[in-house]
Each structure stands twice: as C-alpha cells, then as structure tokens.
Write a protein that binds this ligand. Structure first.
Ligand code: SF4
Length: 189
C-alpha cells in the first residue's frame, strides 16, 4: 500500500462519492449499528487499509463506532487485536491484501450479514432499493438489476460505476480498491 494518508473524518464523504456498493453497505451498517460481524470487519477493514487509512486511524475509527455499543475494555480485549492483525502487527505478521471481487463474491453469506457483493447477496427488490438510495434513475436501476439477476455481478458493478460517474469511460471492476482509485481519479484528478 503506497498511498497518501486518508483522513478518517472524510470517510462519510468518500463513501458517498467513491466507494463501491459493497463498501457503502458496510460503512452505512457500521455507522447505524456500531458493529459489524467478522467477515464484514475483514472485508471493510482491509479495504480501508488499501485506500490508505493508517493502523492508528483504523483503531480510532473502529473504536469510535464499536464503543457506542460496548465498553472500551471489551473493544480492546476482543476487537483491537483483529484490527492490528489486518495490518500485520499481530500473529504471523502477514501483510494481508485487500480482498478482490472474486473473493468477496464467493464469501459464505447468511441473511443478517452485510459483507459480500450486494449485486449477489441482495434480492431484486433489495438491490433496487439500494440503487435508488444511491441516486440511480429508474432506468439505470433496471439495467443494473438485470445484470445482477443474470449473475453478472461485476458488470452490474461497472454499470453502477458508470451511472454514478457521469461521462466516465466504461471500466471493468475487478477489485473494490480499483473502483475507489478510478473514482478518485475522476473526482479529484
Ligand atoms: Fe464490491 Fe466487486 Fe461486488 Fe463491486 S463487484 S460491489 S467492488 S465485490
């Protein structure tokens, strides 16, 4: 990871602007429930590392949300290790890479979880609602839902990108961090 440092106070803005739908869902869920289950923490935590959030800031960010629903000791005991682990500071000190679309799409999933690829995990009404909430026109919603229904999850994601980045050239999405980088390139030059 070789990026400018991301300011965690900007995450809400960045989520709205440049996150793929999978990460938008996790960010919104974390903000509203102040908790994410294991797979969600892995998927979102490694993405954040990939966009340039430092370990210190990642700890601040997760702690600030989780401690809205649990006491700080519990966070330190049960969750801080997990964050440091993602940054290779615990256990076997591996440098874990952010997950790509194939890995996210094939992750085991159960109802009530928020990780995974929403183009696969959401049913058509749920996906339509999510797309509407992200400002897609009715026509665009149909196009994306149709692709998702046919099992073309990454094409659905690419279409979502096109509709939320007007005038951009068509890109094929293979990695949520690639999605983020392309988006930032368009919005910030
Ligand atoms: Fe995320 Fe990839 Fe699915 Fe897009 S296709 S929502 S980047 S997992």
């Amino acid at each position: 990871v070789n990026k400018d440092k991301i300011d965690i106070r900007q995450l809400d803005t960045l989520a709205e602007m440049s996150y793929p739908l999978c990460m938008r869902q996790l960010h919104q869920r974390l903000r509203s429930a102040h908790h994410l289950k294991h797979f969600g923490r892995q998927q979102y935590g490694l993405f954040l590392k990939g966009i340039g959030v430092s370990l210190e800031d990642a700890l601040l960010f997760w702690r600030s949300e989780f401690t809205k629903g649990m006491d700080p000791d519990k966070f330190e005991r049960s969750y801080a290790y997990n964050v440091r682990h993602m940054y290779g500071r615990e256990g076997k000190r591996a440098n874990y890479a952010p997950q790509n679309c194939m890995k996210i799409i094939s992750a085991p999933f159960a109802p009530g979880q928020f990780h995974g690829c929403p183009f696969k995990t959401l049913d058509p009404p749920g996906l339509t609602k999510a797309l509407q909430g992200n400002g897609l026109s009715v026509l665009a919603q149909h196009e994306v839902v149709d692709l998702a229904k046919k099992g073309h999850f990454q094409l659905a994601c690419s279409a979502f990108f096109s509709h939320t980045h007007k005038g951009s050239e068509q890109i094929l999405i293979g990695h949520p961090n690639q999605y983020f980088d392309e988006s930032q390139r368009i919005f910030t030059g």
